[in-house]
Design a protein around this ligand. Structure first.
Ligand SMILES: [Zn+2]
Ligand SMILES: [Zn+2]
Length: 287
């Protein structure tokens, strides 16, 4: 057995035993980079397994296509499964690499450079898909200026609004001008008694797109920060699955559903974090 394979078996064991905790995912990512650099035949063979395990299905498929023995039935069968998955989802559901505090800080600086306003209740709206980038630029329906970042999540207004820039959302101008809201005020956790906070959330904060009615979680008498779409695997990779299950919102049946949820699947979880105590909470719905 070659060294790469030995190392892979060890890392895979760690990953399975810890159900994909942050350290095990980080170790797999470092190993992936090492193998990509090595580039020899043995490294590439193991790299297919690493891609597959981390759900980089498109990369696994392409590499196996390139190096696999296509007269071998087992390889062909595996390639068939990977191709089918890759065609539908590409690398979209790859397990994200858990970020270090330094990386989180860099990300903040990058967003500031892009000129994105700070949204207290939606800190990474580009990452969550609430905003998209346009190279050519689009015209904001509210201020009429060209913007390279535009809003894609729900805006509840009578007028048909195509594009909104981040500034018009942050300033509240879009909500005021079109008499709209970014979050339904009837679809929120109770327990926040400060009207300023409600105002900030529904008129100044980009929303998110759920399968059904979007719902905003609250904790410590304030609304939580929305972090994005997740399934059980992402929750494990972030090390917060037990934390989100510790929530009076969910009964045993719900908890089982959260444990089995798959990001992008029929049962979708939406992750939030309390701005005060740091606790993670989820909302979930079905397609
Ligand atoms: Zn605008
Ligand atoms: Zn809290």
């Amino acid at each position: 057995m070659n060294e790469y394979l030995k190392q892979y078996i060890e890392l895979q064991k760690q990953f399975r035993e810890t159900e994909g905790n942050p350290d095990s995912v980080r170790a797999l990512y470092s190993f992936k980079e090492e193998l990509e650099k090595a580039g020899d035949g043995q490294a590439k063979e193991v790299l297919v397994d690493v891609y597959d395990l981390l759900d980089f299905k498109k990369d696994a498929c392409e590499l196996l296509c390139q190096i696999g023995n296509l007269s071998d039935k087992k390889t062909l069968r595996r390639l068939g499964i990977l191709k089918d998955y890759a065609k539908r989802w590409g690398n979209h559901y790859a397990i994200p690499r858990p970020k270090t505090p330094e990386e989180k800080q860099k990300e903040k600086e990058r967003l500031a450079q892009l000129g994105l306003p700070v949204f207290r209740y939606h800190p990474n709206p580009l990452e969550t898909g609430a905003f998209e980038k346009s190279t050519d630029g689009v015209v904001c329906d509210c201020c009429g200026r060209t913007t390279h970042i535009f809003y894609t999540a729900p805006f509840f207004a009578v007028d048909d609004i195509e594009y909104l820039c981040p500034e018009c959302i942050a300033s509240g101008e879009a909500a005021r001008k079109f008499d709209g809201q970014f979050q339904d005020e009837c679809s929120l956790d109770n327990g926040v008694d400060d009207p300023e906070k409600l105002n900030e959330l529904i008129y100044h904060t980009p929303g998110y797109s759920g399968w059904q009615q979007e719902y905003w979680r609250a904790h410590c008498r304030d609304y939580c920060a929305y972090l994005g779409h997740v399934g059980a695997r992402e929750l494990r990779a972030l090390g917060v699955l037990d934390e989100v299950l510790d929530d009076t919102m969910w009964d045993d049946e719900h908890k089982e559903m959260i444990r089995e949820s798959v990001n992008g699947g029929h049962l979708q979880c939406y992750l939030f974090r309390c701005l005060h105590c740091g606790k993670h909470l989820v909302w979930m719905d079905f397609d």
